[in-house]
Design a protein. Structure first.
Ligand code: GLN
Length: 612
């Protein structure tokens, strides 16, 4: 189905097709034979979508656009230092086929002009001619996601007439910039320019460059991510030859053109646009493709300096330990402690991408809050990305803060989640993450609460429960309790045991005597199924008792978090008992309702806090 971008491309295609100026390049005789009316457009995105219009599937030779990809290959094989010895990164302001070298360094100015590209072609890896050709083809195939074919006629045509390039190669041999036999280097260069591509291929190749080197359609790596910015930089400063400055001013996107009429322009981190239309101007740039790029950039505000993220939205909301509580069910005594100590726990819900500007803002606020609190939880649930600056700054902040105790805690940070690289960086710089990183907000809150409770109740509350104090049995007389005890079945289960299973018919309810159990269920999230803990129960608390109200299948799993001791009560036995002592059932039902009402209140308060 066509969307707004497809419609826009169709209209753009019609609009630029009316431009009649310029003529196809003729200095390579074969190129002059092309139909000047051809015009194709394609946009490929980093998530692998491709939008097309016009003659997007017509093959044309890649020409100078190949220079960007061969440069990337050379960097990957030889490293930056070695490649820089042979070719600079200075815009020359000269035409693409200029015979000048940089007089200071005796190097070609940059890899986007012919001299630099010929020097770069010599760097294509391989022990012999055959291997170098094969490596060149393999490199193109990785970028395009399919094998590209050589246009023999264009290759032979350029080989027969490319005397100016010959002059450049021989001059570079004399300057010591190339070492191998010039004709052999030129042969590879003429070939690299003569591979057939379509606008669609080129768009995918460009999208690969802005997708950190991974082809978004095949999912396979074409270039080490390390070198993608190098290629994009020379594209921006030198890709359009002596029009590069004007281009950067007007369009503001890294781009590369070729004399066969192609222009590839890329939107860093997002997409690539490829346009093919043979008539070129005096600079060797396709006239319609130039116009199209300007229109696209203008229409969508794509100039690199026109769009930027806003660091001011990084803090979603702030809460303290009174407004938000872990899912662990607490005794009244513990609740009281937490209510008093609540403000000593602070939570910052962070959102959007983390980078230099947003992390700076986040950490300024975090520092203020940490000064007032004992625990500061940075909840990263809504953070999609943390770049290198963010990783460094967050690790440094944590290290700094550690000097005054384990204050700063990251929640919703997992080793295999979207912030895996942040997790890895923290593990590397902080070492032990057990008190610094939690996979959920709930676990982080529980940890902080436990520490606050332990200050007041070092031994913890109610290690072994006294049946008379059970919330479920509140208000029952000694006789009733004795009767209940008589039908109770003591059970012990190791940590990890599923004590009750979602969907299963309930025949019993349980009271925890020792240890803890969590109530959890799988919920669907955008990234797949996730186990969510709804509550954590401890000694004196019960589960499954709601079966007394109406029976029916269980609504969640209950899993032992530690080794547990339980008392099991069969529903049938309780009902039998109630037939003789009806007050037991009335009391139990009243206690269950009271408990439900209380939980509802806590849940409502939490929902209200999250509305912010
Ligand atoms: N093969 C062409 C040449 O060397 C490439 C030039 C270009 O596309 N600007 O002349």
């Amino acid at each position: 189905m066509d969307g707004p971008i497809d419609d826009f491309l169709k209209a753009l295609h019609a609009e630029i097709s009316t431009i009649g100026e310029g003529a196809p390049a003729s200095y390579i005789p074969e190129l002059a034979k092309v139909d000047p009316k051809l015009c194709g457009i394609a946009i490929a995105t980093v998530d692998g979508a491709v939008h097309v219009a016009g003659d997007w599937d017509r093959a044309f030779t890649i020409q100078s656009i190949s220079k960007a990809f061969v440069y990337g290959h050379a960097l990957e094989v030889h490293g930056r230092d070695r490649v820089l010895e042979q070719v600079g990164v200075e815009p020359s302001g000269d035409s693409f086929n200029s015979i000048a070298l940089d007089t200071v360094n005796k190097r070609p100015f940059n890899p986007m002009v012919n001299s630099g590209a010929i020097a770069t072609a010599e760097l294509i890896e391989g022990a012999d001619v055959e291997e170098r050709r094969a490596n060149l083809e393999a490199m193109f195939a990785r970028f395009a996601g399919r094998a590209l074919t050589l246009d023999e006629a264009t290759y032979l045509s350029e080989k027969a007439t490319g005397h100016r390039n010959r002059a450049i190669a021989w001059m570079m041999l004399s300057a010591g910039m190339i070492e191998r036999e010039p004709e052999e280097v030129l042969d590879l260069y003429f070939r690299q320019c003569s591979y057939n591509v379509t606008a669609r291929d080129l768009a995918i190749m460009g999208a690969t460059l802005v997708n950190d080197g991974v082809n978004p359609v095949t999912g396979k790596r074409a270039l080490d991510a390390e070198y993608c910015p190098d290629v994009l930089t020379v594209m921006l400063s030198c890709g359009m030859y002596n029009y590069a400055g004007q281009w950067a001013y007007e369009v503001g996107l890294p781009a590369k053109s070729g004399v066969s009429g192609g222009i590839l322009a890329v939107i860093p981190g997002q997409a690539a646009v490829a346009i093919f239309s043979p008539p070129i101007d005096a600079n060797g740039n396709s006239i319609r493709a130039l116009a199209a790029c300007k229109r696209i950039a203008e229409r969508f505000g794509l100039h690199m300096f026109r769009t930027h993220p806003d660091p001011r939205t990084v803090i979603r909301y702030e809460l303290d330990g009174r407004q938000v509580r872990s899912k662990r069910t607490r005794s009244l005594r513990e609740l009281e402690i937490l209510f008093r100590a609540g403000p000593r726990i602070r939570l910052l819900a962070v959102q959007d991408a983390l980078y230099f500007g947003s992390v700076d803002r986040l950490l300024r606020r975090a520092k203020d809050l940490a000064a007032e609190a004992d625990y500061l939880i940075l909840d990263l649930r809504r953070v999609s990305h943390a770049d290198a600056a963010a990783r460094t700054l967050l690790a440094e902040f944590h290290t700094d803060m550690r000097r005054s105790g384990d204050k700063v805690i990251f929640a919703n940070l997992e080793a295999d989640g979207p912030l895996a690289s942040l997790h890895a960086h923290l593990a590397e710089t902080l070492g032990d993450l057990s008190r610094a990183v939690f996979d959920s907000r709930d676990r982080a809150l529980e940890y902080c609460e436990d520490r606050l409770i332990a200050e007041v109740l070092p031994g913890g509350e109610m290690q072994t429960a006294n049946v008379a104090e059970f919330e479920l049995f509140r208000g029952l007389g000694a006789d009733d309790l004795a009767c209940l005890k008589a039908i109770a079945e003591p059970l012990s289960r190791p940590a990890g045991t599923v004590l009750a299973r979602e969907g299963e018919e309930a025949a019993r309810f349980f009271v925890i005597m020792r240890g803890s159990a969590s109530v959890c269920a799988e919920v669907a999230t955008p990234t797949g199924l996730k186990t969510v803990r709804f509550s954590v129960l401890g000694p004196g608390q019960s589960f499954g008792e709601r079966a007394l109200i109406g029976g029916g299948p269980r609504v969640a799993d209950v899993v032992a978090e530690s080794d547990v001791e339980l008392l099991g009560f069969s529903l049938a036995a309780v009902e039998e008992l109630a037939a003789q002592r009806p007050t037991i059932l009335i009391r139990l039902l009243a206690n269950i309702s009271g408990e439900l009402a209380e939980r509802l209140q806590v849940a409502s308060a939490e929902i209200r806090a999250l509305e912010m």
